[in-house]
Every structure is written in C-alpha cells, then in structure tokens.
Design a protein around this ligand. Structure first.
Ligand code: GAL
Length: 344
C-alpha cells in the first residue's frame, strides 16, 4: 500500500493511505491527527470523520478535532495531583480552573516527526515527539509515538508507545469525531450505538468526574443492546441534561483488542464502525457545542454533529483509585492499542 503526501499548510504534511477496497485514511503530522476517512458505499465515497482542509483552519476553529491528545486526556480537577509524595500544578487552560487535555497548546498543536512504513497488506505512519520535562507542569521527559496503520481489513489501528525518565502521568487518546452519514449538517441522533459497558462515570456541570460509578441499567447510558442515540438525547436523565448530551466515560466490560467494545451504525446502515481497545474506558462526547460548532468543509456543524470514542483511562483516575491508574514509570514503556474497524 503506497502512501502519498501533500502540503497541509504551516510546514505540515497530509499523508494519504488507500487500501484495495477503496478505504482512504488521511492523517497529518500537525497534532498527529486523522483528517479524513473516506469509505466507499454503494452510492458514493463518504467521509465519515470530521476534519478541516488545512492547518490554518484547525488553528482558527477547533484544536481537538481528530487530534492526538496528551499528556493527559480529559480534565484534571484544579490542575493538581500528587505523585510519589509530591504535589504538582498543571496548566489551568479550562476556564482557568482545571487542566484540559494536557494544557494548551499541547500534543494537538505540535508538528510531530513522521516515519512511513509501506508493505503489501498495510501501511503505517509513525508520528513521534519529545515532551520536555515540566511541560505544562507534568514531571519527566516523555518520548511519545503514535502509529496509524490502515489494513486491507479496513482497520485504522492506533498504537501508542511512551517512555519516561521520571514517574509521571500519561493518558493519551485520539479525539476523532465520527458522523457516518458523511453530512455534518445531519445530527447523529439516528445513528445506532452499541457499547459493551455496564457502568459510566458521573460528571458535574464543569465536566469533572465526581467519582460516582453508576450502573447503566434503566438509564440513557444503556447501549448494551444497540439503539438510536435520539432516545438518550431526548431523555430526562440528569447526567445527559447536565451537558446536553454525552461527555462521559463508559467503563468497558472487556478491554481487549480481540473484543468489540463499541459499534456505531449509520442511519442508512451502509457504514458501521467497530471499536476494539485495550483501554479500560471510552469517553463518548457527542459534540454538544450548543450552536457554537465550527464550519467543516464549508458546512456548519450541527449540534450532535459527531461522536467521539476517546479510548483511555477514565478522567479522574489521579483522584479515584477504582478508575485505574495512569502513572507510568521509567524503564516500563507505556503501550496501548485501539482499532477502529469499518464494516458494512
Ligand atoms: C472532550 C471533552 C469535552 C470538550 C471536548 C473538546 O474530550 O470531554 O468536554 O472539551 O473534548 O471540544
């Protein structure tokens, strides 16, 4: 599978990977992002992810769409945590109160190094960067790589690896938004969603996890049988109403890349995406922009115009032991894999 390249503005490059089935993945070293994912259907070639046409548009409109997020995805309450007996203060880039997505600007705004690997059955772009010790308040120098592979089985595989020289926190994710209709003016209400999760994390009005793990049974969060998102958006569930949709971590029942943890299906059932991951949780954010969505490829993004599957450890793990740990140590490489598989 050949990888082609073109200029993406501001010194960045857009890499294009296309398999024999006509699935085309386009990624850039600006923020190590996914920009386009074209899927052939009977009728047309459909772009099923949100993205912009140049670095300038990302800078002007939205910094997280499709980006690699780090060092710590989600919010760190008050931008503070204790690690190895020491208290740290990180950037309060979220309303000057909390740390969001590792402080700003962070991984999403960097020009990553890129290395290409082409073979018959798959192609990979390996992005890497060094995050300096003390960056946005996080201890330890961190070497990070994220590899994007497109396979002939229509999988987009995301592999993270990181090495630190000091005890630190690390919880990366990818902020891809899917809209399987290919039309950003169409809300995802009619998409069907399955999530293999019995419990989700409650949040407060500032989208900070409260520590409560709530059973999905009899709530708007129960996707153990695939169903339309619409019913949840229209529900009176206090957690949905608090943020106008989903912005919540779901704890996965079986975190494994051998197991399908989530499935999203387009309204016309022409496209389906399966999510397989070794991460313990997935943050589902349904683009609750309340009228303030960006203009994507010439069209204004509607409310609920996309849905993320941010595979990670649930935000708040530095405060709540039963959320899992995001501490990483020197000499113990961090590794994690998520696969987004397109099926029809
Ligand atoms: C999500 C986060 C949302 C919002 C979004 C960026 O991961 O949970 O609250 O900040 O990123 O637009």
């Amino acid at each position: 599978m050949k990888i082609t390249q073109r200029d993406f503005g501001q010194g960045a490059t857009l890499y294009s990977l296309k398999n024999e089935n006509g699935v085309q993945l386009e990624v850039t070293n600006f923020g190590a992002r996914i920009v386009n994912l074209f899927v052939p259907t009977k009728k047309e070639k459909r772009n099923i992810v949100l993205g912009f046409d140049s670095v300038e548009e990302y800078l002007a409109q939205d910094m997280y769409i499709g980006a690699t997020i780090g060092r710590v995805a989600g919010r760190i309450k008050d931008g503070t945590f204790t690690l190895g007996g020491q208290t740290y203060q990180t950037d309060k880039n979220d309303h000057e109160l909390h740390t969001l997505h590792g402080g700003a600007p962070s991984f999403e705004a960097k020009l990553w190094d890129a290395k290409l690997e082409e073979s018959e059955k798959k192609s990979t772009v390996i992005f890497s960067l060094k995050s300096k010790a003390g960056e946005h308040g996080f201890p330890g120098e961190l070497m990070v790589s994220v590899s994007y592979t497109l396979t002939e089985d229509n999988e987009w595989c995301v592999d993270y690896e990181a090495h630190t020289d000091q005890l630190t926190l690390f919880n990366p994710t990818n902020h891809v938004y899917f809209n399987l209709s290919g039309d950003v003016e169409q809300a995802i209400d009619d998409h069907k969603l399955f999530i293999d999760s019995d419990q989700f994390a409650c949040i407060d009005e500032a989208v900070i996890t409260t520590g409560e793990k709530r059973s999905v049974t009899d709530t708007a969060f129960d996707f153990r049988k695939a169903r339309k998102l619409e019913t949840s958006f229209n529900s009176q569930d206090d957690q949905v109403k608090a943020v106008g949709g989903f912005d919540h971590p779901f704890f996965l029942n079986k975190p494994s890349i051998e197991h399908v943890s989530a499935v999203l299906t387009s309204p016309d059932e022409a496209v389906q995406v399966e999510v397989l991951t070794d991460c313990p949780a997935v943050v589902v954010f349904t683009a609750n922009f309340n009228g303030a969505g960006p203009v994507i490829r010439g069209k204004k993004l509607t409310d609920h115009g996309g849905i993320t599957f941010e595979t990670q450890t649930a935000p708040g793990s530095e405060r709540f032991e039963d959320f899992g740990t995001i501490e990483i140590q020197p000499n113990v490489p961090f590794r994690s894999t998520t696969i987004y598989k397109i099926t029809e």
